[in-house]
Design a protein around this ligand. Structure first.
Ligand SMILES: [Zn+2]
Length: 315
């Protein structure tokens, strides 16, 4: 907004003294080109722990009191570094890593020195430090949404969420932030995680480059589970060896950015405003199943930040 105001002021002043018409279009063209080429070198990377190869469960690997939490953070950070290396090989130079795991999943000491790290957002949290200075957005270590079959450690936000839909389409943590990216004009080009997550990402953003570093082996959606039972449900999986996973991530990240540069047709979510969001919560202790709703006529980020009022679902 302020840039535009400045430019308008400049044009007016230029026209008044006679050289505005000759100079300003060139200035504007150079300006736009510089901004676009800068954006093309900036990649935003959202991260989570449950979709990382070698992270075997939530209890021992994803919580501060877990036996392997520090090792889990090393595994995630190494996968993020592999993605950064791949994007860099395709020409990216600036990286913002958003640590999206509830308890934190990045070890700053091990993070690639080319990256900045974002963490601890003041409310409202969405879009988690993403803005339109980035050309591209990527996901590393992402798990599938709640209710997904053959998914490892699937959930949406936490194990208590039964399902979130936007305009009737089920979305997980990936879709929620991809919606924000789309609104900001940032192209969603890469995602790594378990196989079920990669299918979810491809369904929402056709053409996205994905890498599956493990695959869940539990059949069924777990709709019968309360929050506690769902949290213990999808532990079974077959994992890639972590170093092999990183190699695949590095190669796919490079491919993603090279493809994105030559093919402008992929990378945006197809969900369109007006937006209606509904979130259903599982039974928890004596709490019955509940549903909350929010809506927004045009703004997906405001939709995600809107408070939800929950009411009991009759079963
Ligand atoms: Zn998550």
């Amino acid at each position: 907004m302020s840039t535009r105001y400045t430019r308008r002021t400049f044009l007016k002043a230029g026209a008044a003294i006679g050289w505005g018409i000759a100079l300003s279009p060139i200035a504007r063209a150079v300006d736009t080109k510089t901004a676009a080429s800068k954006r093309g070198k900036r990649v935003y990377i959202m991260t989570d722990m449950e979709g990382v190869a070698g992270i075997l469960d939530s209890e021992n690997w994803c919580k501060p009191e877990g036996r392997y939490y520090e090792l889990g953070k090393e595994f995630l950070t190494a996968e993020v570094n592999a993605a950064i290396e791949g994007f860099a090989r395709a020409g990216a130079t600036e990286f913002l890593v958003a640590d999206g795991h509830g308890h934190g999943g990045i070890n700053p000491k091990l993070l690639d020195r080319r990256a900045e790290l974002a963490r601890n957002w003041s409310p409202p949290p969405y879009p988690f430090s993403l803005d339109n200075s980035f050309g591209y957005a990527a996901w590393v270590g992402q798990h599938a949404m709640a209710r997904t079959e053959f998914a490892h450690l699937a959930h949406t936000g936490n194990f208590g969420v039964f399902e979130t839909t936007i305009n009737g389409t089920p979305v997980g943590e990936f879709g929620e932030v991809a919606l924000c990216a789309t609104q900001l004009g940032v192209r969603v080009i890469f995602g790594s995680g378990d196989l079920a997550f990669t299918k979810e990402a491809q369904a929402l953003v056709p053409g996205i480059e994905t890498v599956a570093v493990k695959r869940g082996t539990t059949p069924g959606r777990g709709d019968e589970c309360d929050r506690d039972a769902y949290g213990k449900r999808n532990l079974a999986a077959i994992h890639c060896q972590p170093q092999r996973a990183r190699q695949m991530i590095r190669e796919a990240a490079e491919r993603a950015l090279r493809r994105a540069k030559t093919n402008a047709s992929f990378g945006l979510l197809t969900l369109k405003p007006p937006f209606e969001r509904a979130t259903i919560l599982r039974r928890q202790g004596t709490q019955p199943k509940r549903i909350g709703r929010s809506s927004h006529p045009s703004d997906g980020i405001a939709l995600m930040n809107a408070p939800m009022k929950y009411e009991t679902v009759k079963e």
